[in-house]
Design a binder for this molecule. Structure first.
Ligand code: ADP
Ligand code: ADP
Length: 217
């Protein structure tokens, strides 16, 4: 299955992507994770992306599209994938449609995680990520047993630089301006399914998997 997750920053895309990708046995492809890996390795792509990420802005389409094109060409993505955080603009969505059409295929479904701004701010301000295995935690809503230490792998947790209040506000503006129009874009294609992404993580996963099942996933 070829699936896209959309939703504002903090909606729970990364959290749900892990469960959904495992359920579908497809790779989870997160553009945010790929950019962050490049930033920490100091690659030229990372140096360029960091300027935008630190400002809460989207990385330019051309850079992002080229990166995703390369990733989708890897063998593990040939039978299906779950995209988390891409596309985020209408030109990115059009490029993805074209890329898949050239391969003789198409997206099956776009799952929208629906959460309001207040909840998103609560989620982002308490988000913590594991430096070792990448698992996403929350200081209040999904806390580790020991402060700052991952329950899954024992490594240290960190707070993302872009989860500061000023940057969160900029990211929400970018979402409203550039990403929210994708709801209409995919709605017009008949591929959009919105689910309520509030409540416990497990309940959201059940809603997501039910939605996929009703579309054959
Ligand atoms: P979140 O999970 O909070 O929505 P991500 O980890 O997906 O954030 O993205 C972090 C940052 O990486 C974004 O604010 C943006 O700067 C950059 N980024 C990620 N995906 C894209 C994309 N598809 N297009 C442009 N920039 C992106
Ligand atoms: P996104 O990838 O959309 O930016 P994340 O998956 O990183 O979102 O989740 C943002 C924060 O919200 C994380 O700290 C995560 O633990 C927390 N979170 C995710 N889903 C829920 C939920 N259903 N209820 C409460 N907190 C959640």
């Amino acid at each position: 299955m070829r699936l896209v997750l959309v939703g504002p920053p903090g909606a729970g895309k990364g959290t749900q992507a892990e469960f959904i990708a495992a359920h579908l046995s497809v790779p989870k492809i997160s553009t945010g994770d790929i950019f962050r890996a490049n930033v920490s390795q100091g690659t030229p792509l990372g140096v360029e992306a960091k300027r935008y990420m630190d400002a809460g802005k989207l990385v330019p389409d051309e850079v992002t599209i080229n990166m995703v094109r390369d990733r989708l060409a890897e063998p593990d993505a040939s039978e299906g994938f779950l995209l988390d955080g891409f596309p985020r603009t209408t030109p990115q969505a059009a490029a993805l449609d074209k890329l898949l059409a050239d391969l003789g295929t198409a997206l099956d479904l776009v799952l929208e995680l629906v959460v309001d701004d207040d909840e998103v701010i609560r989620r982002l301000s308490g988000r913590r990520t594991c430096r070792g295995c990448g698992k996403i935690w929350h200081v209040e809503f999904d806390a580790t047993t020991q402060d700052g230490i991952c329950d899954r792998c024992g490594a240290e947790l960190f707070q993302r630089d872009d989860d500061k209040p000023e940057t969160i506000a900029a990211r929400l503006r970018e979402y409203a301006d550039k990403t929210a129009p994708l709801v209409d874009y995919y709605g017009a294609q008949g591929k959009l399914v919105g689910i309520d992404a509030t409540g416990p993580v497990e309940d959201v996963t059940v809603r997501a998997i039910d939605a996929l099942r009703s579309y054959g996933g």
